[in-house]
Design a protein around this ligand. Structure first.
Ligand code: NAX
Ligand code: K
Length: 503
């Protein structure tokens, strides 16, 4: 699903208005109706609502929603926030005229006294949306600050007011801290990035019937993974298959004190459908692996404690995953250097393999084409340098993938897959319970297994991050986020496959 910029959203609105055709006011009515349907589903008519409406179409949405909610029997109060002399949008003015006189309506201007909130009231933030052109100032900044200090649930309309959707929001800017953001049609890019995403709270995209033709033709490098798309990447298992049909993968990793990481990756690879799995481990790991993962074959390194020399034949494997628990010993770095000189099957690199690459730029330059790298933010910074903000990081991701002709899964909430073509794919599954040691090792196992089964590098990344997050969501539903541990992700991987197939 394409993610649109604010300018593209305006074009989509205009195209819909012209082609459907529908009046701008009726499109706003649809947006308000979608917002109100969301609110009514969540809150009963006993819950009082306080709307703060700005002068543009975002404020217009707020006014239309206040009217619809009032007509549905809710207690509604409206505050019009305006800088003296500020122009109002036409649809705002029309919706103000349509506001029933029974709704208590006040104007807040500079130097206002902020209203007392009734206990349990929900604030609806309709100050500014995608039309924001500069940071909030004056009365708008004051209202946003007061809302943030009121300690109430805040539902932002379309965008939390003060947040830039396609560019970094200045560090010192005032932004409404939303509990929920009900956004129209598509989430905005800023919602998916770690710093700006924190203002958005939990976001929900509600459709307002923007013209499908426009959505189909508009060009963007930013895509959001949808269930339907990821499902289309699944391959059915064949009746006459044997274990050789589903690839032979190799995982290299584990070192003294870090064998668990390799075990987690190995179990995940097996649950991700691999036909055969071999692990290469230092001698210290032999009995651990043979006991913990009896389904895997083991190759042991000449070294007791860590990886020093590849012991197999590269052509035996359809994919090699390197990194979980690998360690960063000097002879491990040399072993990687030697390995990269050989003709290799597709690679998945994680954890210490990435740290070794970051410390040795020559090694980075010898990276085989279409390698998949799975850094978290800190590991990515070591590889590509520090980012000044979320948007700069996306630029770094794009140039890194293009320069090294590789795929990068930048891990976090909404993990982002960067590609050599310059496109970005944001994941939609997963939860904060997965921020726990070993989660990344499980992902490496899943990706290695999918790649070995013949998925392209891109398919592997998309299917892998989605299933990994879905397993986390299913696990969290039953055991809660705080108690979730990495091996639960593997336990729930089968259910994730089933849920995706059945969707
Ligand atoms: N037909 C449409 O165009 C639709 C628009 N919709 C709503 O319209 C919103 C966008 O509306 P607008 O383009 O009117 O923009 P906003 O309502 O976000 O902003 C209004 C105007 O305020 C001014 N402004 C920007 N930043 C300011 C600041 N910091 N201080 C003071 N003034 C500032 C600008 O001139 C801007 O156009 C969307 O977020 C959405 O809520 C929805 O109703 C769906 C349909
Ligand atoms: K808003």
């Amino acid at each position: 699903m394409k993610i649109l910029t604010a300018a593209q959203t305006r074009e989509a609105d205009a195209y819909t208005i012209q082609q459907e055709p529908v009046s701008s006011l009726d499109l706003m009515e649809r947006a308000a109706a979608a917002l109100v349907a969301w609110l009514r589903q969540r809150y009963s008519a006993q819950v009082p609502f306080v709307f703060f409406c700005g002068p543009g179409n975002n404020g217009g949405d707020g006014l239309a929603a206040a009217r619809l909610l009032f007509q549905a029997g809710y207690e509604v109060q409206v505050f019009l926030v305006e800088e003296a002399g500020q122009c109002k949008s036409q649809d705002f003015t029309q919706n103000l005229q349509r506001l029933p006189s029974e709704i208590s309506t006040h104007t807040l201007q500079a130097g206002f006294g902020f209203p007392e909130m009734e206990f349990g009231a929900i604030v609806v933030d309709a100050l500014f949306g995608s039309g924001l052109s500069r940071p909030l100032q004056g009365v708008y900044a004051q209202v946003a600050e007061e809302i943030n200090q009121a300690g109430v649930t805040v539902v932002a309309v379309d965008v939390p007011s003060g947040l830039f959707t396609d560019a970094p929001t200045p560090e010192d800017a005032v932004v409404v801290q939303a509990t929920y953001t009900v956004t129209f049609e598509r989430p905005k890019l800023a919602f998916l990035l770690p710093k700006s995403g924190a203002w958005v709270g939990e976001w929900h995209a509600v459709p307002i019937g923007l013209h499908p033709e426009f959505l189909q033709q508009v060009a963007t490098p930013y895509q959001l993974l949808t269930n339907a798309y990821v499902k289309s990447l699944l391959k059915a298992r064949q009746k006459y298959a044997h274990k050789g049909t589903y690839g032979h993968a190799l995982l290299i990793g584990g070192s003294y004190g870090k064998m668990g990481a390799l075990v987690l990756a190995a179990k995940a690879a097996l649950r991700a459908g691999i036909g055969l799995l071999t692990v290469q481990i230092p001698q210290v790991g032999y009995s651990i692996v043979q006991t913990a993962v009896p389904e895997a074959m083991a190759l042991t390194d000449a070294h007791e404690l860590h990886f020093t020399r590849f012991m197999g034949q590269p052509e035996t494997y359809e994919c090699i995953g390197i990194g979980p628990g690998l360690g960063q010993a000097e002879d491990t770095r040399l072993a990687l250097e030697n390995l990269f000189r050989q003709h290799l099957p597709p690679l998945v690199l994680d954890a210490d393999a990435l740290n070794l690459l970051a410390a040795d730029r020559t090694l980075l330059r010898t990276l085989p084409q279409d390698t998949i790298l799975t850094p978290h933010l800190k590991e990515f910074e070591r590889l590509a340098g520090p980012a000044t903000d979320d948007f700069h990081r996306l630029q770094l991701l794009q140039s890194f993938c293009q320069e090294h002709r590789c795929y990068v899964v930048l891990k976090g909430a909404h993990s982002c897959v960067g590609t050599p073509t310059g496109d970005f794919y944001f994941n939609t599954t997963g939860n904060p319970g997965m921020a726990t040691g070993g989660s990344g090792d499980v992902l490496t196992g899943i990706l290695t297994a999918l790649r070995a089964q013949g998925h392209s590098a891109l398919e592997t990344c998309l299917l892998g991050v989605y299933l990994h997050g879905l397993a986390g969501d299913l696990a969290a539903k039953e055991m809660g986020q705080a108690s979730l541990i990495a091996s639960d992700l593997t336990t729930y991987l089968g259910k994730a496959f089933l849920a995706l197939e059945a969707s």
